[in-house]
Design a protein around this ligand. Structure first.
Ligand code: DAH
Length: 337
């Protein structure tokens, strides 16, 4: 009897060892450990044994064989399960890594960097950002800014004219905007005062590129319209901007000048800590004709405006000798910033 038990146990363990899939292990589980399994059959024969000792010994051997079979089945199941899981993980593997051989390349263009810093500083001073189209009517670009046809200032702008006529505009009256000042008009026509805006953007002039000029460049325009705005507000704003943008050891001054759209008009300069002066842009009190063109009553409202070049700010900040370098896309230049 004991021999039969040992043989059944060995046979069961061999079969389990040979099982190569989870399904076959499950089938073996049912067959070997079930009520009709070989060991269960042997168990039923225990009653027929002659002595108590024999019964006891055989009973113990059957129980041990059953336990060994059960242990072998769960060990085999675990082994095949691990392998199946590993195979599935391998098959469904997704490469979620990113190429990290070098940190992300690139950075904002120098002009974009200056543009964004200017926006930040003016937003900090309480301004909003406004926008206008680069293809502009000559009315917005000139006439509404107090530069009627034949005004000598129009000639100084080296304007690029377009054949294109936007909806509602007459053909032959379309230009690439020569400055950001038309955004003043567009803002006045669409918004009620008080107005506190800056308008950064691209502008165009018929210029041959050289170390200090590009036919496409960038300006930022400022416009404030409120009750009882005076030249002192303009000077204070320019000074606050100068300190916020350049640093506390910089200061500003206004120098009398002329622009058709402001009266009085001034140029503003910034003084560096070493005492030298830097010409930055134009400004002034908004001319009553400009307010009227924008649909604003000059008897009730007054305001100031300013405008200056963004490219120049970038050039100054990084001490770039030739403005064309900023647009040549030479990596040896670009990678320095
Ligand atoms: N639009 C002028 C230019 O491009 C700059 C300017 C001067 C803007 C005076 C202003 C201003 O708003 O008040 O040369």
């Amino acid at each position: 009897m004991i021999d039969q038990i040992i043989a059944a146990r060995e046979a069961a363990l061999a079969e389990i060892d040979a099982a190569d899939s989870l399904e076959s292990v499950t089938a073996l589980d049912t067959r070997l450990l079930g009520k009709k399994g070989p060991l269960a059959q042997l168990k039923t024969q225990l009653a027929g044994l002659a002595t108590v000792e024999e019964k006891k010994a055989a009973g113990q051997a059957v129980n041990e064989a059953l336990q060994a079979t059960e242990a072998a089945i769960s060990a085999r199941r675990r082994l095949l399960g691990d392998a199946a899981l590993a195979a599935r993980v391998q098959a469904e593997r997704l490469d979620l890594t990113e190429y990290a051989g070098r940190p992300a390349r690139g950075h904002a263009h120098l002009v974009t960097q200056a543009w964004e810093r200017l926006e930040d500083v003016f937003i900090g001073l309480g301004f909003r950002i406004a926008e206008g189209p680069e293809v502009e009517t000559d009315w917005h670009n000139f006439e509404a800014l107090n530069m009627g046809e034949g005004h000598p200032a129009r000639g100084e702008f080296d304007t690029l004219f377009l054949d294109y006529a936007p909806p509602g505009a007459e053909p032959g009256h379309t230009v690439l905007r020569t400055h950001t000042s038309p955004v003043q008009i567009r803002t006045m026509l669409t918004e009620e005062p008080p107005i506190y805006i800056v308008a950064p953007g691209r502008v165009y002039r018929r210029d041959t590129p050289d170390a200090t000029h590009m036919p496409v460049f960038h300006q930022i325009e400022g416009l404030v319209i409120d009750r009882s705005i005076t030249l002192a507000d303009l000077a204070g704003t320019i000074e606050a901007f100068t300190k916020a943008f350049f640093g506390a050891d910089f200061s500003s001054r206004l120098r009398p000048s002329y622009f058709p759209f402001t009266e009085p008009s001034a140029e503003f300069d910034v003084q560096r800590p070493d005492g030298s002066w830097l010409e930055l842009g134009g400004c002034g009190m908004v001319h009553p004709n400009v307010l009227r063109a924008g649909g604003i009553d000059p008897e009730v409202w007054s305001g100031f405006a300013f405008g200056f070049g963004i490219d120049r700010m970038a050039v100054m900040r990084h001490q770039i000798a030739d403005i064309r370098d900023m647009y040549a896309n030479d990596l040896r230049f670009i990678e320095q910033f």
